[in-house]
Design a protein around this ligand. Structure first.
Ligand SMILES: *Cc1c(COP(=O)(O)O)cnc(C)c1O
Length: 405
């Protein structure tokens, strides 16, 4: 009989932070900006706080006001909404394939795809890896292409606050992201005129209400409680008994903004409570915490048999926000992991592949990997070492067995 189930994703915000936020209205506020802000500024960049990365990216495209038909070169893998925002601005999304092992965009392909219409490169750091974007920046500078890096999955404390040469760096503190503030994003912007235009456009947005945020904090207090392994085990058992699919139920619960048109949902100014929580989180996070998370991932890797394949196995710098592996029969693996106390999922990051006619002419991260094979293991800094070894052993034993008919 199972007594605990390790959830697919540990919310990276503590009860103490949530309680801080509930009472932040009546507490005396520390108005000093967090020291890490200096790192986001990197000299003289403008640092803006927005409701979300999607809000910031949409604002950027509004400010740039590119002629329709302009091309946005984009990592072929990102969340669906980032592609949707590009299209909603009448721009053409040109996907650049991602190397499976290094998670870097194929630079030769990038060069071949550049045309006089290419105006922006949106490069995504995936799964918590941080790739070196210097070579991409060099290519883009030759063609006057604006380099925007999507660091939504890559915040890992002071180790990386954006490439100093990137035109725009975007960090998300959404509900499932590292150092979560239940929303909020930081945009570091090199061109101060562009930053000012963004500020002006955003000034006309309505503000999300304090009540909206307060309810969100309460909701996450509840979710945090439900994700305690002893409670979570009961929750999943009940969902299964009710014949509800745990995957879709949980993913629906943790979505940043529910239902309705994307653009209407993101075009808001953040409430004061969200800003305060974000400042609080950025003031009090611990760099060591990220080192522990990485060490746990390295321990898992050391115990996985070499046949187990995972994207990003050749990265130079990886903070392991999530840990995906490939499985030929992901549902079977997930079921077996669950029976052994580990809750894995096929898609809690809702990553999508933008290439409609994909041909694997290299060693790329493919649409099939994402839709048919990927399984995110419930790795977290809170898993005891012996549980990580057990997790690796279960994965090894199931992936090396023949698939049942
Ligand atoms: C989460 C995520 C976003 C969106 O971040 P929000 O702050 O929720 O808008 C964008 N890109 C990637 C790669 C993400 O993982």
């Amino acid at each position: 009989m199972l007594t605990r189930l390790y959830p697919r994703l540990r919310l990276q915000i503590g009860f103490a932070d949530l309680i801080f936020s509930l009472f932040s209205g009546i507490l005396k506020q520390n108005s000093q900006p967090p020291p890490i802000l200096k790192q986001f500024q990197q000299g003289d960049k403008q640092v803006l706080v927005k409701l979300s990365v999607r809000t910031a990216f949409d604002l950027l495209l509004q400010a740039l006001n590119l002629p329709p038909g302009s091309e946005v070169l984009m990592s072929a893998v990102n969340i669906r909404d980032m592609g949707e925002i590009v299209r909603r601005h009448g721009l053409v999304l040109v996907p650049v394939e991602i190397d499976f092992d290094t998670l870097k965009p194929d630079i030769q392909q990038l060069e071949a795809l550049i045309s006089p219409q290419s105006k922006i490169l949106l490069v995504a750091h995936l799964f918590g890896a941080v790739i070196d974007i210097q070579p991409l920046i060099e290519v883009c500078q030759k063609h006057q292409i604006l380099v925007v890096e999507d660091c939504a999955q890559a915040f890992c404390g002071e180790s990386y606050c954006g490439d100093p040469q990137a035109d725009v760096s975007l960090f998300s503190f959404g509900s499932i992201k590292s150092c979560s503030a239940l929303g909020g994003a930081i945009a570091s912007i090199k061109d101060s005129t562009l930053a000012e235009q963004i500020r002006q456009i955003e000034a006309s947005y309505p503000q999300r209400s304090e009540l909206w945020f307060y309810r969100r904090v309460l909701k996450y207090c509840g979710l945090k409680f439900l994700s305690l392994p002893v409670i979570y085990q009961q929750l999943i058992a009940i969902l299964l008994k009710l014949k509800l699919d745990p995957d879709s139920t949980i993913n629906a619960l943790t979505r940043g903004f529910s239902g309705g048109d994307l653009m209407t949902k993101i075009r808001y100014r953040p409430p004061q409570g969200m800003r305060q929580l974000l400042w609080h989180r950025l003031r009090s996070f611990d760099n060591l915490w990220f080192k522990i998370r990485e060490a746990k991932a390295r321990l898992l890797i050391a115990n996985l048999s070499p046949e187990i394949v995972y994207p990003g196995n050749q990265t130079d710098f990886h903070s392991f926000w999530v840990f995906p592996i490939l499985a030929d029969n992901p549902d079977w693996l997930i079921q077996n992991l669950r029976e052994n106390g580990f809750d894995a999922t096929r898609g809690n990051t809702s990553l999508t592949h933008f290439h409609p006619h994909f041909e694997n002419s290299g060693n790329y991260l493919t649409p099939e990997h994402l839709s048919e094979k990927i399984v995110y293991l419930p790795l977290s800094e809170a898993l005891p070492d012996e549980e990580i070894v057990r997790l690796a052993q279960i994965v090894n034993s199931f992936l090396c067995k023949p698939i049942p008919a």
